[in-house]
Design a protein around this ligand. Sequence first.
Ligand SMILES: [Fe+2]
Length: 426
Amino acid sequence: MRTRNNRAIFLNLIVCMMMLIAAHAQSQQFNPYPTGPYPDRIVLNVTQDPSTSLAVNWRTHDSITAGTAEIMVAVSNPTDVTKATGIKAKTETVTHDGKAANYHSVVFTGLQPNMLYMYRVGQGNYRSEWFHVRTAGKPGDKLSFIYMGDVQQGMRTVWPRVIREAYVKMPDAKLIMYAGDIVNRGRNDHEWGELFYGGGFIHSTIPGMMSPGNHEHADNAAGVNEITALWRAQFTLPENGPEGLEETCYYSDIQGVRFISLNSQAIWFGGDGMQKQIDWLENILVNNPNRWTCVVFHHPVYSVKANRDNENLREKFQPIFNKYKVDLVLQGHDHAYGRGMQKIPMPGTKNTSPTMYVVSMSGSKMYENDKPAWADKSGGHLQLYQLITVDSDILSYRSYTATGELFDAFELMKRTGKNNAVKNLK
Ligand SMILES: [Fe+2]
């Protein structure tokens, strides 16, 4: 019996090796996401103030050495598009795996709040279609936004249905937040190709707020853990964070909400990268004119897995969230769902946490949920997306499964000088 089992294991190993060799040979034979003269990977990004400015990035073949982005207030008469203003792009060549590509970026400035614009990008005969985008409104206007936990795997298989469901349910979202591990290997160009394929025109229509995870980082030849060169080439995120962490640690103020991205990979390693973010975060929270505050980062303060503990975040950052009554923290990394605040005590007081913590995932990678005591709601083996609105003193949160069933829901009610009141709705 044992000999037969050994033979079966051996045969399985041979089959697996042959499959790996075949997959490798295929990946060498084809470049699944080649560059061309037409712009691709067109992505809108939040700026510090998306009511008056927006950033856009795109990619071309490296023979296209310049680019232009045109923008105007949206019109119905197609002959009027000649009235658009053209802005010359910043262009940089990035050579990756021996293949060069040109990355172009433009920041549109001087826009009017809550206005429907149309824009396109490209050069000469090679231009994109015209996209619509509505700028953010003013503080007090009702705000809608989407939150995606880790995509990471299944970017062009099972994730596209999730982003499309979210868009169909909330087409007026002012931003889509990503909690890192957006792809599995940040250095693999074809994985970004899959992500841009998966989100299609939605990337070009609703500004993204990308926060990096451990999978967008890797050790370089000198053994230093660094973010992929593709990150800053293909996104234009605010550079209002600490020196050395630009476009990974930053904030954006939208309709009375301060949205903050932390680089939790740098926090996980500790040292200077963590201390810079502690000092910066204190400063932007003590000087925060917004009624609401929402922070996104990858490694959770409270984990959904029993064997995981991101000590630096829990010990160094949770006290800051408590002190400034941060309303909502959106995280990923654990590939299972957890959400709670009422069972998280504030050290030295009888009060519970003023902050609602969420861990979620949107791609195909799933881990078991250890049902931690802190979570008011736990779940797993589900692709989820979150739709959130802020209307005056009420923040309303809904988490849906990929098939559109309501999985979790709560409301936070702002109370001056007190922690938010929470209403569990699911
Ligand atoms: Fe992760």
